[in-house]
Ligand binder design. Structure first.
Ligand code: B12
Ligand code: SF4
Length: 456
C-alpha cells in the first residue's frame, strides 16, 4: 500500500517555509511500521499541479491521504478536484480538524473520496489499510465514514482514548523538507501532544463544534501515558538535535496528577526548555511550579478580550479580569514568559472593549498574538452571527466576515495594525481614539440557554 501524504497550502500561510507536522509524522510512523512505503508532499503555495503529477508518476501511490484544516479547505478542494479529473483510480482518504467537523460536506462534494476519518487516527489507520489490502472496502470501523454507491456509509463516532502503546512519529518522511531549510531551522518547530480535548466550549472555537460531533458527554480530555510521551520525544531526539519543545495540547497538564508525573519524568529524561498552551482558569500555584520546574519557559494563554462582559456574553469565557491578573502575575513571578491570544472585531465589540484588551495585556506585561475575529462555519458563534444577520460573504477572500453594528471594519483594522505598539504604550490610545457615535452603542443582553447572547 504505497501511501502519498499531502498537507495542502494554507490560505493565510505566514511562513512559506516547511515545518514539522505532527499528524503527518504520526500517520507516516503508523503506515511505515506496518511495512508500507510513504512519501510526503507539503504545498506551500496553491500552485501544485506539476509537482503533484511528478510525485504521482514517480511514487505511484495506491492511496493518497490528505490532512485538512480550515485554512486549507480551498486548496484541499482544488487538489481533490484535480485528483478526480486526473487520477480517479487512486483511493483518497481525508482526515484532520476540518474533515472532522464537516465530513459530509467533503463526501458530498467529492465522490472520489473513499473515506473520511473523523477525529483521531492512531487506532484506525491499520484497520483501513488492511481492509483496502483485502478489497473489503467498507468494513465497519469506528470514526470512518465511506462514500459508496449507496451514499454515505456512517460508522459510530467515538472520542477515543490514547492507546497503551506509543505510536512513534516518523521523521524520515520530512527528509526533503529538512534538506530544503536545514536541520537547525526544521528542529525549531518540533512539537508533541500529551492530551486531547478541552473541558470548555468557547463559542468561537471549533471545540464548540466538536462538542456536537462527538456528543459532549464523551468529550472528556484524554491523556497519553507520560512514559509514551517521553518515548516519542526520545525517539525524535535520536534523529534530530532539537533544543526546544512545543507542546500543542489545548491545555497542557490540565490533570495535576499527570502533570506531577510529567514533571518528574520529563526533567529526568529530556529536560529541554519548552512552551505550552494553557488556560488562566486552570492554573494554580502548584501547577505553575510544576510547569516551571519541568523547564516550561513560555506559556501561551487565551485572553481573547479584556472586556469581562464581552468575554462572558459573546465568547462563553467566564473568568474575571482580577483572576487573569492574579494568575498572570504568578506566571511572571515564576519567570515564565507570557504570550496571549487576542481577538478584536468581535460581534458587538466597541472601541472601549478593544482599549480594555490593550490595557489588560499591558498590565500583564504579555507579548500579544493578535487576530481579527474570523467567523468559522460549524462554530457556535458563527451560528449566532448568522441568526442575528451579522454575516456576509467576502467573495474576493472567499471568507465569511461580520458587519459589526458597534464598530467599523476600518477602525478594527487600525487597532489591529497598532495593537502591539499600543500594548507597550497604552497612553497613546488617546491619540488613536477618534470618538464617533458608532462606538457608544450600548450592548444589551439576553439569556439564551446557558449562554448570554447579545441582541442587536
Ligand atoms: C498548534 C496549533 C496551531 C499552530 C500551528 C503550528 C504548526 N506549525 O503546525 C498555530 C498557532 C500557528 C495555529 C494557527 C491556526 N490554527 Co491552530 N491549532 C493548533 C493546535 C493547538 C494543535 C494542532 C496539532 O498539531 N495537533 C496535534 C496533531 C497530532 O493532531 P491533529 O493535527 O488534529 O491530527 C490528528 C487528527 O486530526 C487526525 N488527522 C490529521 N490529519 C489527518 C489526515 C488523515 C488522512 C487522517 C486519516 C487523519 C488525520 O490524526 C491525528 C492524530 O490522531 C490545534 C488544537 C489541537 N490541540 O489539536 C489548533 C487548531 C488545529 N487550529 C485551528 C485554527 C482555527 C487555527 C487558525 C485558523 C487560527 C487563526 N484564526 O489564525 C490558524 C491557521 C494556521 C494555518 N496557516 O493553517 C483549529 C482548526 C479547526 C479546523 N476546523 O480546522 C484547531 C483545531 C483549534 C480549534 N479547536 O479551533 N494553530
Ligand atoms: S479553552 Fe481554548 S481550546 Fe478550549 S474551547 Fe476555549 S478556545 Fe477552544
Amino acid at each position: 500500500m504505497r501511501t502519498l501524504l499531502i498537507y495542502p497550502a494554507s490560505i493565510s500561510d505566514y511562513s512559506n517555509k516547511p515545518f514539522y507536522i505532527p499528524a503527518i509524522a504520526l500517520l507516516s510512523g503508523i503506515i511505515r511500521n506496518a511495512g508500507h512505503p510513504t512519501k510526503f508532499l507539503q504545498f506551500l503555495t496553491s500552485d501544485f499541479e506539476a509537482r503533484f503529477s511528478g510525485a504521482i508518476h514517480e511514487f505511484n501511490p495506491d492511496i493518497i491521504m490528505i490532512s485538512i484544516n480550515v485554512e486549507q479547505v480551498k486548496n484541499a478542494k482544488e487538489i481533490l478536484s484535480f485528483l478526480n479529473m486526473n487520477y480517479p483510480e487512486i483511493k483518497v482518504l481525508i482526515g484532520g480538524p476540518q474533515s472532522t467537523i464537516a465530513p459530509e460536506e467533503f463526501l458530498r462534494e467529492f465522490k472520489n473520496i473513499y473515506a473520511v476519518v473523523i477525529g483521531f487516527c492512531e487506532s484506525i489507520i491499520n484497520d483501513l489499510l488492511y481492509s483496502i489490502s483485502i478489497k473489503e472496502y467498507y468494513l465497519p470501523i469506528n470514526n470512518v465514514w465511506y462514500n459508496s454507491k449507496e451514499g454515505t456509509l456512517k460508522n459510530n463516532i467515538i472520542y477515543s482514548e490514547f492507546e497503551d502503546k506509543p505510536w512513534l512519529p516518523d521523521l524520515e518522511v520530512f527528509r526533503e523538507q529538512i534538506e530544503m531549510i536545514g536541520e537547525k531551522e526544521f528542529a525549531k518547530t518540533i512539537c508533541f501532544v500529551g492530551s486531547r480535548g478541552c473541558p470548555f466550549t468557547c463559542t468561537y472555537c471549533f471545540e464548540s463544534g466538536y462538542a456536537k460531533v462527538f456528543n459532549s458527554k464523551n468529550r472528556i480530555t484524554k491523556y497519553k501515558k507520560v512514559d509514551n510521551l517521553i518515548l516519542e520525544i526520545l525517539h525524535l531526539r535520536k534523529q534530530l538535535n532539537f533544543e526546544y519543545v512545543n507542546f500543542y495540547d489545548n491545555i497542557f497538564g490540565l490533570n495535576k496528577v499527570w502533570l506531577r508525573e510529567f514533571m518528574e519524568k520529563y526533567t529526568k529524561h529530556i529536560g529541554l526548555p519548552y512552551m505550552c498552551f494553557n488556560h488562566f482558569d486552570c492554573l494554580d500555584d502548584e501547577k505553575i511550579n510544576l510547569l516551571k520546574e519541568s523547564n516550561c519557559d513560555t506559556m501561551v494563554l487565551g485572553l481573547e478580550s479584556g472586556s469581562e462582559s464581552l468575554r462572558k456574553s459573546i465568547l462563553n469565557r467566564h473568568i474575571t479580569n482580577s483572576r487573569i491578573r492574579e494568575v498572570g502575575s504568578k506566571i511572571r513571578q515564576a519567570g515564565i514568559k507570557l504570550i496571549t491570544f487576542n481577538m478584536i472585531g468581535l460581534p458587538y465589540e466597541t472601541e472601549d472593549d478593544i482599549i480594555q484588551t490593550i490595557k489588560l495585556n499591558h498590565d500583564l506585561k504579555a507579548y500579544p498574538w493578535i487576530y481579527i475575529y474570523q467567523p468559522y462555519k460549524y462554530t457556535t458563534l458563527f451560528d449566532t452571527c448568522n441568526e442575528q444577520g451579522l454575516l456576509y460573504y467576502e467573495e474576493t477572500e472567499e471568507l465569511f466576515k461580520i458587519r459589526n453594528p458597534t464598530i467599523s471594519e476600518d477602525k478594527v483594522k487600525l487597532y489591529f495594525s497598532l495593537f502591539r505598539e499600543l500594548v507597550k504604550t497604552p497612553d497613546a490610545v488617546s491619540l488613536v481614539k477618534i470618538r464617533t457615535n458608532e462606538c457608544h452603542q450600548k450592548r444589551q443582553e439576553k439569556i439564551v440557554g446557558n449562554d448570554i447572547l447579545p441582541v442587536s
